[in-house]
Write a protein that binds this ligand. Structure first.
Ligand SMILES: C[S@@+](CC[C@H](N)C(=O)[O-])C[C@H]1O[C@@H](n2cnc3c(N)ncnc32)[C@H](O)[C@@H]1O
Length: 158
């Protein structure tokens, strides 16, 4: 498969997973957390599909498209570990987390996701939903939407 085809499949799975999550959390109060602002594409999509939720977004750098710049009070700029610890200070508040950290080096990305998993668990509400491009550890893995091939995107409950 070409890298273009692979990227298209990943982004389609990401979009379908985010849309699916809206219905999964519809009966649950709580905020949303996008881990990895990057260009701001998933953050912008989350704003569109979850307009009534507070959406926290995390990244070590602010380098998104200007139209996707988050409000300062919702942007946690810094390394993931201290930012997750900061978010956890007020107790668990996240009903839905999207994990999109990583830089495309599989072994490093998998190791980082495993290292951050216990910190992510601290910010999630009981029964909260997580979707991720990398395997996370310590959560119950669940099935996602039928349109996404197993293991292309991963789905978890806290
Ligand atoms: C794949 S990009 C995110 C793409 C974004 N969701 C989008 O749709 O445009 C990953 C981002 O995660 C950030 N990142 C990766 N590891 C991080 C860490 N440990 N702490 C903070 N930010 C991190 C990188 O700076 C990068 O901007």
């Amino acid at each position: 498969m070409s890298r273009l085809d692979s990227m298209l499949r990943r982004l389609t799975a990401q979009r379908d997973g985010l849309n699916w999550a809206v219905y999964q959390i519809s009966g649950m109060a709580g905020d949303v957390l996008d881990m990895g602002l990057g260009n701001g594409r998933t953050y912008d999509h989350l704003r569109e599909i979850l307009p009534d939720r507070r959406i926290w977004v995390m990244d070590r750098v602010l380098q998104c498209h200007p139209s996707s710049t988050p409000p300062a009070e919702d942007f946690l700029q810094g390394e993931a570990e201290p930012m997750l610890q900061k978010l956890a200070e007020g107790g668990p508040r996240i009903a839905f987390g999207h994990y999109d950290f990583g830089r495309g080096v599989k072994e490093e990305d998998v190791a980082e996701a495993a290292r951050l998993s216990p910190l992510i668990a601290q910010v999630l509400l009981p029964g909260g939903l997580l979707i991720s491009g990398q395997p996370l550890v310590g959560f119950e893995q669940i099935s996602g939407p039928d349109t996404i091939a197993p293991d292309r995107y991963l789905f978890y409950r806290a």
